[in-house]
Design a protein around this ligand. Structure first.
Ligand code: ZN
Length: 453
């Protein structure tokens, strides 16, 4: 029996204990937006990591703590597991069938806040480590864990923490599991994510709203002026007109072109419940994927001015605002992009103020690296089917702290069911996928160790 086989059968025979462990983590609230239970959850995790044989500690930050753990096996490559143990607020309790912090098992799933996102998923990595140590006496490679307590609040202290601990956090590859498997039921392996910069344009021109008959012809209307400004920022066909906006967009590699063809993308299905039937644009699947993964956006998230309530008000508004977010792709820098936007605004509407909000850098790992191939191969073996290889996720996450700051390839392999309802009511994690996740992690650790020899 190979070590991997031993671990796999251990995973099957300890299924109930693993599920109990997940229930224990879910029972402890850890809502980063309010701080509820976060410190307590960090302590539970830290103890859990020590119990399976890792050196673990709580790492304070100016906000909520992270948990760090490691087990070094000399002469082996190191896999860094990232995850987050904080959760989203529970929202309206009336929309939950059972209480969010009282895990309930039904329909082969565990229901509770944090099951899929992300406590249940990060736990799979810990259980795999436990399995190797219990059945083989040692891990096939070294592992480190960095568990974020603020991911759902934008990981605001993660970059500084990583910066202060560069030596400690050195590893050959970063691996994490968050989000769902592909909706087609196949696993997916993701090699990056877009970055983001949030900005707000504020134009306050008059002291107060005033009578449009008495003043309409005589004073500036900030709403019109903002609309004129916005029309200089993006063309009707969707291209951003801010000078230099696309300068640092990295081109698509031949390997990425290749995997794009294999990503199942059902145009109808993707927009179902989002677009009104019969409306466009009519995307070609490959073009849609390219726009989604390799091009930046500039999205108006909110526009406000004057009277937008019921009925009419005949006024000239005193102020207009626009909130926007820009999803960025490698190698765009959020601060540089903000500066370009601000420069554009100053040129076209000098009276407007541009305010910078949150940001994250984009991240992209080369999917042809030996470690990238090793992980993709391990996932294929674990599932008995080729994973969907996704060069870049359209959303944003703090992956750049590993790729950009620590220079390590970063690969994510999500384990949750596509209907995990993360961030929503009745969040859940399929127990079969939870167990499959533990096994997948075992295949990955074994393959990273084997291919290093
Ligand atoms: Zn989340």
């Amino acid at each position: 029996m190979t070590s991997l086989d031993k671990v796999l059968s251990w995973i099957d025979s300890t299924r109930d204990e693993s599920i109990e462990k997940m229930a224990k983590l879910i029972s402890q609230p850890s809502v980063s937006s309010t701080g509820e239970g976060v410190e307590e959850c960090a302590k539970i995790l830290c103890d859990m990591l020590k119990e399976v044989g890792l050196d673990a500690k709580i790492m304070p930050t100016p906000g909520l703590p992270a948990v760090y753990a490691e087990r070094i096996v000399p002469g082996t490559p190191t896999v860094m597991f990232y995850g987050h143990y904080d959760v989203q607020p529970v929202g309206d309790l009336n929309r939950w069938d059972t209480l969010p912090f009282e895990p309930d098992i039904r329909n082969g799933r565990m229901y509770g806040r944090g099951t899929g996102d992300n406590k249940g998923q990060l736990l799979t990595h810990i259980i795999t480590v436990d399995g190797f140590i219990k059945t083989c006496g040692e891990l096939p490679c070294s592992v480190k864990f960095l568990l974020d307590g603020e991911e759902e609040s934008g990981s605001i202290n993660l970059a500084a923490l990583v910066d202060e601990n560069r030596e400690l956090l050195k590893a050959d590859v970063c691996y994490f599991s968050d989000g769902p498997i592909h909706y087609s039921g196949r696993p997916q392996v993701l090699f990056g994510c877009r970055g983001i910069i949030d900005a707000e344009i504020v134009l306050e021109e008059n002291i107060r709203d005033c009578h449009s008959g008495h003043y309409g012809a005589l004073i500036p209307n900030p709403a019109w002026r903002l609309v004129h400004l916005l029309s200089t920022m993006k063309s009707p066909d969707g291209r951003v007109l801010v000078e230099g906006y696309y300068d640092k967009v990295r081109s698509i590699t031949p390997a990425e072109e290749e995997v794009l063809k294999d990503i199942p993308f059902d145009v109808e299905g993707y927009f179902q419940g989002v677009r009104h039937p019969g409306t466009g644009p009519n995307w070609d699947p490959i073009d849609a994927m390219k726009a989604h993964m390799f091009l930046p956006t500039m999205t108006i998230a909110g526009l406000g001015s004057g009277h937008t309530g019921e009925g009419m008000a005949t006024i000239v508004p005193h102020k207009a605002i626009c909130k926007m977010d820009m999803r960025l792709v490698p190698d765009q820098d959020p601060d540089e992009i903000f500066d370009l936007v601000e420069k554009h605004v100053k040129k076209h509407l000098p009276e407007a103020k541009v305010i910078k909000h949150g940001k994250m850098y984009p991240s992209r790992t080369d999917l042809t690296l030996p470690l990238s191939k090793t992980i993709t191969g391990a996932v294929a073996e674990a599932w008995g089917t080729d994973p969907v290889v996704v060069p870049l996720s359209g959303a944003s996450c703090p992956e750049y702290v590993f790729t950009k700051m620590l220079g390590m390839p970063t690969v994510s392999v999500p384990y949750a069911n596509p209907d995990e309802s993360n961030h929503g009511p009745n969040e859940n994690f399929s127990l079969d996928l939870f167990i499959q996740g533990i096994k997948t992690t075992a295949y990955v650790l074994e393959a990273v160790a084997r291919n290093n020899k």
